[in-house]
Unconditional design. Structure first.
Length: 205
C-alpha cells in the first residue's frame, strides 16, 4: 500500500471564526470557536471502472476486524478538492446544480460545498483483506481522504416513520444531483446520495 501523505484536516465544531457567516454575532462565534483536528484513516483507490479499494493506513487496520460480516459500509470522506475558504463559505445552492431547483441551504441537500466538507456514501462490501476494503463503487476521486468507516445497519440507519423528500428530489429520481454545476456551486470530488439504498451508487441531491 503506498505511503499516505501526512494530510491534516481541521473540522470545526460548528463554524470557526475564519469561516463564520458575516451575519453571525460575536457571541455565537466565540462560543462555538472550538476546533477539532483529525487525520485520514486511509485513501480511496478508484480506477474509474470496476471495484474500488478503500486503502486503510496500517496504523488503523486492526479496526477492520469484523467488518466482513456486514454487507454494506458507510464511508465518510473529505471533499478535499473543494477545500477553499470560498467554497466552505457557501451556505445556499441550487441542488444538483440546476437553477430550476429552489435555492436551498447546504444542510438541506447533499452539495459538496459546505462549511465542513464531510461526504458520505453507502457502499456494498466485496471483500476485506490485508487492510483493504474492496467495495462495488463510490462517488469519490482517486486519492480522496477517508475519515471513517461505519457498517450500514438497516434499522437505525434507515430512520423511523414515513420518508419525506422535497418536490425537486422526486422530479428526477435516480439522477446525478451534481452532474451539471450551477452558478453558485461546483461539482466536488464525491457525490454521496439522497437515499442510501444498498446496492446502488449513493447520490447527493
Amino acid at each position: 500500500m503506498p505511503r499516505m501523505l501526512p494530510l491534516l484536516f481541521t473540522l470545526a465544531a460548528l463554524l470557526t471564526t475564519a469561516f463564520a457567516h458575516p451575519h453571525h454575532d460575536a457571541a455565537f462565534t466565540d462560543e462555538h470557536a472550538t476546533v477539532f483536528t483529525c487525520s485520514p484513516i486511509g485513501t480511496v483507490s478508484n480506477p474509474g471502472k470496476g471495484p474500488v479499494e478503500l486503502r486503510i493506513d496500517p496504523r488503523y487496520a486492526d479496526g477492520l476486524l469484523g467488518l466482513d460480516a456486514w454487507s454494506h459500509v458507510q464511508v465518510f470522506y473529505w471533499f478535499d478538492k473543494n477545500d477553499t475558504p470560498q467554497r466552505r463559505a457557501v451556505l445556499r445552492v441550487h441542488p444538483r446544480g440546476d437553477a430550476r431547483n429552489p435555492l436551498t441551504g447546504v444542510f438541506a441537500c447533499r452539495a459538496p460545498v459546505r462549511p465542513n466538507l464531510i461526504a458520505l456514501s453507502t457502499c456494498r462490501i466485496l471483500s476485506v483483506k490485508n487492510g483493504v476494503v474492496t467495495v462495488d463503487k463510490i462517488d469519490a476521486f482517486e486519492g480522496t481522504p477517508i475519515l471513517d468507516l461505519k457498517p450500514y445497519a438497516p434499522g437505525p440507519d434507515r430512520g423511523h416513520g414515513p420518508i419525506r423528500t422535497p418536490d425537486w428530489v422526486r422530479r428526477r429520481p435516480g439522477s446525478d444531483p451534481m452532474k451539471k454545476p450551477g452558478p453558485t456551486q461546483k461539482p466536488g470530488p464525491g457525490k454521496a446520495g439522497h437515499t442510501h439504498q444498498p446496492g446502488s451508487a449513493p447520490k447527493q441531491p
